[in-house]
Design a protein around this ligand. Structure first.
Ligand code: SIN
Length: 501
């Protein structure tokens, strides 16, 4: 059985977050260059996800404060947009340097508010900062183009790129820093100003990033952060971002259900949208795969962030010829994991982010077991938000993972017999974010990579996220791409200038 924490809630109840640079733990929203509370004076507590000790409290802001943040971003936009790409890039480079300098403290904030292990949190900071570094350089590399005239009276067609205006950024708690920088870096590089709705579970990372941006000299109003509790005020903040005409772009990462709501709320203002929504990633191991490599890949992919990423493997299909070998090697690896408080030495995996997540994972396991699945490892919740890393074998004909993301540390192993069948099964979902497969056969590799209906495919690899590539999905996984060469274009519009003779 994986090692699980004991008495952590009791022993960790006085746990405090100690930072080298204490000012990184900001406990106010950031609007128009000022650190500010909610107009109602209300705040809410944010807990350490492993120990449940209070980390701090932040304002419960609503529509009114969001309107003020949008107005500040709109006022800051003309001057920011008028700067050269190089000037914007230089400031982003300064932010990158500050983020690197404070990466360790920022990783500690992530461990506390998200729960992931310190090694994972440090990995997230490297990933997060790489987006600022990337977009700092991209700021200078935003090209328009020309097109040949087809009308005799036209001398030239010139297409330039223009920043859209205020961008509303709604980000999730699973990558408290990286999901901010992937959006914010692109928006600021393009010349947009931003209003960030910080996730209720993890508001301290966005606030720390805003604090460092302030320190390196971002003009007031270019970056604003609104904090809000789950429920009514959170819904009001999202609605304001959608319905406010001054917001010209909305970028959202989160569930398909919320994406659908935001899309309908944005209809009246016809803003440009990019949505990175849920996934249900297939992970296929063909009979000709390098099994050890596939086992390592499945472990990394399934259990990244304790299974709480949109691109975690959700259905692991293994060919019948290697099923026994794969499942026993994989189960052995999962068995050896050390689950606990991420700041403790040797801990590989942390808790889930909240009780709702734990309950959903337990329900998925229970439903599968009721249907006849075998539990090879784990299967039970622990103290607080902890859940045992779990391996389920011999999945029944119908189980929750078939059409729903587990978003937790449960590896569901399905047996398959033919390539045709497994591709059909892999594609038999509405979402299409990421997919992975292992094979040593090159023809099969091209064939399956083309056939999987997803935005991103890992071929003999299971870690695919990088700053240089487009991240995004198809179908109910949303639209638009983040990062990579085209990430900046999500925050721009093409302006056509037709020059007469
Ligand atoms: C996500 O879970 O939404 C993002 C994962 C990643 O960027 O790798």
């Amino acid at each position: 059985m994986p090692t699980m924490p004991k008495n952590i809630l009791k022993e960790g109840s006085n746990e405090t977050l100690t930072l080298k640079h204490k000012a990184l733990l900001q406990q106010q929203g950031y609007v128009d260059g000022a650190w500010t509370g909610a107009r109602s004076g209300k705040t809410f507590d944010v807990l350490n996800k492993a120990t449940h000790a209070k980390i701090g409290a932040v304002p419960d802001m609503g529509a009114e404060e969001t309107r003020a943040a949008i107005a500040a971003a709109a006022a800051a936009f003309p001057a920011w947009a008028a700067q050269t790409g190089k000037a914007r890039g230089d400031l982003l480079t300064k932010l990158f340097q500050a983020l690197q300098e404070h990466a360790e403290d920022l990783a500690h904030i992530i461990v506390a508010e998200n729960g992931k292990s310190l090694a994972e949190a440090k990995g997230e900071m490297a990933y997060s900062n790489s987006f600022i570094e990337w977009f700092a350089a991209e700021a200078q590399r935003s090209y328009g183009h020309t097109a040949q005239p087809t009308l005799p009276a036209v001398r030239a067609n010139v297409i330039t790129k223009q920043p859209l205006g205020v961008a509303g950024l709604i980000t999730p708690w699973n990558f408290p820093a990286a999901m901010i920088t992937r959006k914010m870096g692109a928006a600021l590089a393009a010349g947009c100003t931003v209003v960030i709705k910080a996730p209720a579970e993890t508001p301290f990372s966005p606030l720390a990033i805003a604090y460092l941006a302030e320190q390196v000299g971002f003009p007031k109003g270019t970056i604003n952060v609104v904090t809000c509790a789950k429920g009514e005020t959170e819904a009001a903040v999202g609605k304001e971002m959608c319905e406010n005409k001054a917001v010209k772009k909305l970028s959202f990462t989160g569930s398909t259900r919320v994406g659908q709501l935001l899309m309908s709320q944005s209809a009246s203002t016809l803003k440009k949208l990019s949505f990175e929504l849920g996934g249900n990633a297939p992970f296929i191991v063909f009979a000709d795969a390098d099994v050890d490599k596939a086992v390592e890949g499945a472990l990394a992919c399934k259990l990244r962030g304790s299974g709480q990423t949109c691109i975690c493997a959700n259905r692991i299909f293994v060919h019948e010829d290697i099923y026994a070998e794969f499942s026993s090697k994989f189960a052995k690896k999962v068995d050896a994991l050390v689950v606990g408080y991420g700041m403790q030495e040797g801990v590989t995996h942390g808790p889930l982010v909240n009780q709702m997540g734990v309950d959903k994972v337990q329900k998925h396991v229970d439903d599968c077991v009721k249907g006849g699945a075998k539990v090879l490892v784990g299967g039970k919740k622990g103290e607080g938000f902890f859940f045992e890393p779990t391996v389920l074998a011999d999945l029944p004909a119908s189980c929750p993972m078939d059409d729903e993301e587990t978003f937790g540390p449960v590896a569901a192993l399905y047996k398959f017999t033919s390539e045709e069948d497994v591709v059909k099964q892999a594609n038999d979902v509405d979402v299409g974010l990421a997919g992975y497969f292992y094979t040593e056969n090159v023809s099969r590799a091209w064939r399956v990579a083309e056939a999987l209906q997803v935005g991103m495919v890992g071929i003999n690899t299971a870690i695919i996220s990088q700053n240089t590539v487009p991240f995004g999905g198809v179908g109910f996984s949303g639209f638009g791409r983040e990062g990579g060469r085209d990430g900046i274009a999500e925050y721009q519009s093409d302006k056509l200038m037709v020059w007469g003779k």
